[in-house]
Design a protein. Sequence first.
Length: 84
Amino acid sequence: MTVDNIIGELTEQASTGKTGSFFVPVIYDVTDNKRRNKLCKLLSSYGERVQKSAFECWITKREQAELEAEALKIIDEAEDSLII
């Protein structure tokens, strides 16, 4: 994929996104299957899976705060990694 293709996709997504929304990538590494499945279900409600451990979300600041709060309830911070 070229840089022009990526820019085109981001522009298209931005034009169809909600007012005040912005692009938020989410990357994770969760060791437990049950926690991982719960996290994937949560992330699917906010964005689109683009790789096995990566989601792209177009969300508002409020939605990002909600996502972070819910995700922290699911993961084990001692064992898992989550980057938003």
